[in-house]
Design a binder for this molecule. Structure first.
Ligand code: NAD
Length: 362
């Protein structure tokens, strides 16, 4: 039995999560795995009602009682400080030590690439972003704040342990999937101390994985390469900040936020799956949020639970939806969140019931 904690959260988070649950229901009812999920009331509503973001007991339960967490999004204009989102999301990331931020960026249909030649050279990239260190550690401070002499320092924290484990995760993934290209991205020319640590560690770890084609690249060159040569890279491993920026760029090149899933992992211990997008207050309540990212998160979750074929199937069904224009307005379609979710769930159920069935025969 796989136990899943569902945190729909705020805004479109709960809207897209409803569609992800439809897909979970299909998988459970088809007996793919004995899945059980419980919904958690964590988010702006609860915070505004009770003043509590998340308790120590809740953190403990999320860590101990579940195989995985599926989260919608957090962030609400009624909480301008964003305190609840920070406590819950960053709290989970740091307390569960979710050091891998895994973001697959695969172009599922040429029509959703913003690049002229995107369809001819489709991107199929996996970004491994270090998720617990770097400039996100909050180290630093200000001096003479608010004066003309103000000084601000933000430290970029990189530990040997932190760098090594994310690089190992990237190589391990590549080896497991039969991929042979791993690229490490840094800015060693401008940041030599951090760059030296990443480059030495990358070199040492790569020697344990002799079959891989390994490269190092500066982040500015990689940003250009993603646009010019979208199919050139397979696995990219990088720091928290560079991974944040590059994976958003890669997400846009493969259809945008509405279709970008992600996983936050401590391999062997904890896993949290969430769409890359936020709570999108500008479209919340309109029924137009794209549920594909949340649904593809279910695919990543199922892969994590050992059902790799389900992840592949879900990608194929989403691809069919894209080909048939079953899309929300962000991808140029006229369907609602509910219509897209229902179509994908129905199609998945159909495929599971009739394996090997070709959509062309419909
Ligand atoms: N992991 C998270 O929970 C997370 C991530 C990013 C932002 N946020 C929070 O979300 C709130 C809004 O942030 P933002 O506007 O910068 O980012 P956002 O991702 O919510 O929205 C950015 C743009 O993308 C669109 N968009 C997002 N998701 C979409 C979807 N599923 N379908 C169609 N369009 C979609 C939005 O309409 C908006 O125009 C803030 O409170 C922010 O802190 C949360």
């Amino acid at each position: 039995m796989a136990r899943i904690a569902l945190i729909p959260g705020d805004g479109v988070g709960s809207e897209v999560m409803t569609q992800a649950v439809r897909v979970l229901e299909v998988l459970r009812d088809a007996g793919v795995d004995s899945l059980a999920w419980e919904e958690w009331d964590l988010g702006a509503d609860r915070f505004l009602r009770t003043g509590t973001t998340i308790t120590d007991g809740e953190f403990q339960s999320l860590a101990d009682d579940y195989d995985a967490i599926l989260l919608g999004a957090l962030g609400d204009p009624r909480v301008p400080s964003n305190e609840h989102a920070r406590d819950i999301l960053l709290g989970l990331r740091f307390r569960l030590d979710l050091y891998v931020n895994y973001r697959p960026c695969r172009l599922l249909h040429p029509a959703i690439s913003p690049l002229k030649a995107g369809g001819e050279r489709p991107m199929d990239l996996r970004v491994f972003r270090e998720n617990t260190e770097g400039v996100y550690g909050g180290m630093g401070g200000s001096f003479k704040k608010g004066t003309p002499d103000e000084v601000a320092v933000q430290e970029d924290l990189n530990t040997r342990k932190g760098v090594e484990r994310i690089i190992r995760a990237a190589f391990g993934y590549a080896l497991e999937r039969g991929l042979d290209r791993v690229t490490m991205v840094d800015k060693a020319n401008a940041m030599p101390h951090v760059g030296s640590l990443w480059r030495r560690t990358f070199q040492e770890v790569s020697e344990e994985f002799p079959l891989q084609e390994t490269r190092t690249m500066y982040v500015d060159a990689m940003a250009m390469d993603l646009v010019r040569n979208p199919d050139a890279h397979q696995v990219v491993v990088t720091s928290n900040l560079f991974g944040d920026i590059l994976s958003d760029l890669a997400a846009v090149l493969t259809g945008g936020l509405g279709i970008a899933p992600s996983a936050n992992l401590h391999p062997g211990r904890h896993a949290l799956f969430e769409p890359v997008h936020g709570s999108a207050p500008d479209i919340a309540g309109t029924g137009t949020a794209n549920p594909m990212a949340a649904i593809l998160c279910v695919g990543l979750l199922m892969e994590y639970l050992g059902h790799e074929e389900v992840g592949v199937q879900l990608e194929e069904v989403v691809t069919e939806a894209l080909a048939g224009d079953i899309t929300t307005p962000d991808l140029g379609g006229g369907k609602t969140t509910e219509e897209v979710g229902a179509w994908i769930a129905g199609r998945l159920a159909h495929r599971i019931a009739a394996p090997g069935h070709s959509p062309a025969a419909d």
